[in-house]
Write a protein that binds this ligand. Structure first.
Ligand code: FE2
Length: 344
């Protein structure tokens, strides 16, 4: 009888301890992040954030547009505290859909330069990339290269590749052209690019560089970081491709090279705003930015962090001077014009 009593009191004590533990882990020390990023670096940083703050991070990964639609559908019921997606055009879309809330913080003011954030503080940049020319040095001389506009010249007929207009990177490039030259001229520019395609747009950014090395085209329009990723790839062909091609930053004498960011914002219906802000502060800190710079071949947005040596070897470059929120503002118009000129 005594044994049964002891056994029951042991079980009771265990139950009380378990409930106390649950009680000491309230929801406000776990934040939920909707993200399209899926890199080992990112997970290590979330682990480090938990180690530093005690705040756990519940990650939900999916494609950016699906996460945006999910946030729209879930409304105030969402468990998401933070949305992390690539491209200022998409961040602008999420803002326009009323999915973010504005956030101010002296730490963020220090970490994120004005050029890499929403002017009304709805989203903050995480990493920066440029959309450049990647060319085959046997078929193109650097001295022949100048601007995005020059790619419409007849000398480039049948020599250019890039991905489809359903891709946000090209939509944002087009949005930047609208911001710089106006709708009519941007449409003429896009039409000229389409006329010079070596093939119908297809594949991802890496496939464009591969097409250049395979002789399908002479020049690709693509994002910088893919060259780094291919250079350190486990696929020998990707390494060969990255070692063969050269990079050119267009419009250095004029309007600058098109840049973009991946970025993040606190969701409008976050129940953990303070802790979500702490994560943005951490991800933009020197420690986290150094990690991004050395793993993903993107440019750090924190000014005190040095880019990867590969990026340093490309030198510094002049960036487009338009504010990144314009990529969101002109996004719908960009898609419409790209469709009108037959950019598949
Ligand atoms: Fe990408």
């Amino acid at each position: 009888m005594k044994k049964i009593y002891l056994f029951l009191s042991l079980i009771l004590t265990m139950l009380i301890l378990a409930s106390c533990q649950l009680g000491s882990s309230p929801d406000n020390i776990t934040i939920t992040v909707f993200t399209e990023r899926h890199y080992d670096t990112d997970q290590l940083l979330y682990d480090r954030f938990t180690e530093l703050t005690g705040i756990k991070v519940n990650l939900i990964r999916d494609e950016a547009d699906k996460l945006i639609t999910r946030l729209q559908n879930e409304g105030s019921d969402t468990e998401a505290d933070l949305l992390i997606i690539a491209d200022a055009g998409r961040l602008g879309r999420a803002k326009a859909f009323d999915l973010f809330q504005p956030v101010t913080s002296s730490i963020l003011e220090e970490n994120v330069p004005l050029e890499y954030k929403d002017p009304e503080n709805y989203w903050y940049g995480l990493t920066m990339r440029a959309r450049v020319f990647v060319y085959h040095p046997d078929r193109v001389m650097a001295s022949e290269l100048s601007t995005y506009e020059d790619l419409t010249d007849s000398k480039w007929r049948g020599r250019i590749v890039t991905r489809t207009s359903t891709n946000i990177y090209n939509q944002s490039l087009m949005a930047s052209m609208i911001a710089i030259m106006g709708e009519a001229d941007a449409k003429t520019w896009a039409d000229g690019i389409v006329k010079n395609f070596a093939r119908d747009p297809q594949g991802n950014d890496r496939d464009q560089a591969k097409a250049v090395v395979s002789g399908v085209a002479d020049l690709a329009i693509m994002n910088t970081y893919y060259i780094g990723r291919m250079l350190y790839s486990s696929d020998p062909f990707e390494v060969t491709v990255a070692e063969t091609v050269r990079i050119f930053f267009p419009n250095q004498e004029t309007t600058g090279t098109h840049i973009n960011v991946s970025g993040m914002g606190v969701t409008k219906h976050s129940k953990n705003t303070e802790n979500a802000i702490k994560l943005i502060e951490f991800l933009t800190s020197i420690e986290a930015q150094s990690s991004y710079a050395h793993e993903n071949f993107e440019y750090p947005i924190h000014q005190d962090v040095t880019p990867h040596e590969l990026l340093l070897s490309w030198g510094t470059f002049k960036k487009q001077e338009i504010t990144l929120d314009l990529l969101g503002t002109h996004s719908a118009k960009a898609i419409m014009l790209l469709n009108e000129v037959g950019w598949k």
